[in-house]
Design a protein. Structure first.
Length: 143
């Protein structure tokens, strides 16, 4: 028995999942300004497959006891169908990017301050400074 997926339902779900609503949030009105939040969204997916033998086909049999070579394999006619496989995966990552602010002065973009990026940049800079100082001290001692 095979299952045929409803492709129209799948395509509608994908269109909804990848639409503008994923990137832009609901507008919020505050103090006479409209704020429209925005996010960065990354998505990815994959699928698998499989295979096997046909019913009545041939399948590998265990080595026969009479065989001189234990790696020698024969085939067993009339074996049942064997095989399998399948799979599907999907992942998504989203993070705030900023907001569009619409007020009496016009529209402006207000980016999110990425505290994690600032901290990471500081850590990288610190490691580079420590490495440079250690290198300079080791060069000075060799003289």
């Amino acid at each position: 028995m095979t299952h045929t997926p409803d492709l129209s339902r799948i395509s509608e779900s994908l269109a909804e999942a990848f639409g503008a609503r994923e990137v832009y949030g609901e507008p919020i009105e505050r103090d006479g300004a409209i704020v429209i939040p925005a996010a960065r969204v990354w998505s990815g997916g994959g699928a698998g497959g499989g295979g096997g033998t046909e019913p009545g086909g041939t399948a590998e049999a265990a080595p026969s006891e009479d065989s001189a070579d234990p790696t020698e394999r024969g085939t067993e006619p009339g074996a049942l169908a064997e095989g399998g496989g399948g799979g599907f995966g999907f992942g998504r990552r989203a993070e705030p990017a900023g907001a569009f602010v619409v007020d009496e002065h016009g529209v402006r973009w207000v980016p999110v301050v990425g505290v994690n990026r600032i901290v990471l940049g500081g850590q990288v800079a610190l490691v580079l400074v420590v490495a440079a100082v250690a290198w300079a001290v080791s060069r000075r001692r060799k003289r």
